[in-house]
Design a protein around this ligand. Structure first.
Ligand code: COA
Length: 359
């Protein structure tokens, strides 16, 4: 059984907030933000807008449905809806149930997945496993986050990093979309290290809307984790090999400059990893920091032109970064038939995920 991405969509809210706009309300500068992160601007919902996550998810989904319909697909064929989000409109009902209704698709299997920035990869893997099992045939997978809900604009160390947005893909196991014999999802790996959960967390404080939750991030620790673990995860995905259990520490600068092949400190779960060594044409990485993307490219000994990015325009939209970038690549003609593409990300958990597909 094969599973294939047949369409994508993306949405960001209208309001653009530049680094200079942030510098007007907190002690920071465009220069600091650009050189440390690569971010120039982000899109944020206005505070008084309602149904933020639902509207963003629905707009991205409608775009994906429109693209799929141009290939002879009908929205009625969607039988599974999974939404990855950490910032739903409600704790319950699940965003996916509301989205199913908003799209005019009642009665579908619909649920949310919460894995922060790795959420889209977890939702995509789940959908592709369901499709591979034959239980469902066509899945709508959405990554949406309204990070402006959580941000504390008096905390310059976190508020500058995030944006709001949504991305959607339609995955199908229908034979009519099998254009190349080997096209479709080739493998996936998810990993987590809950012992490091405190490094990046948000405590919502369930108190009738009184007070705001608290956002905590050890930026440097997250940076080092990403630079160390993402390349290893990708190598394991591409080779099918396991990684040893060995800890390593170091500064951000060291993490960026070292380009070795150290063993992973996470125990791997290699189910679904590929069996042969593969050299992908594109790496669609989670957009958290341009310097992380550069450091991952360096460790993989791959040129930067294989690592497209849009963090400069959207910042880190959490579960939405990967499907938003995928949508841009597809619409600009950058995804070419037969090419192998890796999607990989990391985030709170601490968690990691990587997926390989052939376009
Ligand atoms: N503007 C100006 N100065 C800032 C600032 C801002 N927005 N935020 C922090 N600083 C200051 C710090 O207070 C610190 O000052 P000090 O040296 O006087 O104490 C200095 O800049 C350096 O801070 P540091 O945290 O060492 O910078 P860094 O090079 O590690 O970059 C991040 C900080 C957050 C950009 C970087 O660590 C990062 O991107 N980490 C990953 C975070 C991430 O991706 N999170 C989401 C994961 S999905």
């Amino acid at each position: 059984m094969f599973t294939k991405i047949i369409a994508t969509g993306a949405y960001v809210p209208e309001q653009t907030v530049t680094n200079d706009d942030l510098a007007a309300i907190m002690e920071t500068s465009d220069e600091w933000i650009r050189t440390r992160t690569g971010i120039r601007e982000r899109h944020l919902f206005e505070e008084n807008e309602n149904e933020k996550a639902l509207r963003a998810a629905a707009q991205a989904s409608e775009q994906a449905i429109k693209m799929a319909e141009e290939k002879g697909f009908s929205r009625e064929e969607i039988d599974l809806i999974i939404v990855a989000t950490s910032t739903p409109d409600f704790t319950f009902p699940a965003e996916a149930c509301l989205l199913s209704d908003r799209l005019g698709l009642p009665g579908r299997a619909a649920f949310d997945i919460s894995l922060a920035c790795t959420g889209f990869l977890a939702a995509f893997s789940t959908a592709s496993a369901y499709l591979a099992s034959g239980m469902y045939k066509n899945a709508l997978v959405v990554g949406v986050d309204v990070m402006s809900r959580l941000l504390d604009f008096s905390d310059r160390s976190t508020a500058i990093l995030f944006g709001d947005g949504a991305g959607a893909v339609i995955l199908s196991s229908d034979e009519r979309f099998r254009e190349g014999a080997e096209s479709g999802v080739q493998g996936s790996i998810l990993r987590s290290d809950g012992s490091r959960g405190s490094v990046l967390s948000y405590d919502p404080i369930y108190k009738n809307g009184e007070g705001k939750g608290s956002f905590f991030m050890e930026g440097r620790a997250v940076f080092e984790f990403a630079v160390r673990e993402v390349p290893k995860l990708i190598k394991d995905l591409l080779s099918g090999s396991g990684a040893k259990d060995q800890a390593e520490t170091g500064s951000t600068a060291e993490a960026e400059s070292k380009a070795g092949d150290e063993a992973s400190e996470l125990k791997p779960d290699d189910r679904g990893a590929c069996k042969e060594a593969i050299k992908p044409e594109l790496y669609v990485l989670h957009q958290a920091n341009y310097r992380i993307i550069e450091a991952v490219a360096k460790r993989l000994k791959e040129p930067m032109d294989k690592f497209p990015y849009n963090i400069d325009r959207y910042a880190n939209t959490t579960a939405a970064t990967i499907p938003m970038l995928l949508d841009e690549l597809l619409r600009s003609g950058r995804l070419r038939d037969g090419e192998e593409v890796v999607m990989a990300g990391f985030g709170a958990g601490l968690s990691l995920g990587a997926i390989l597909f052939r376009w």
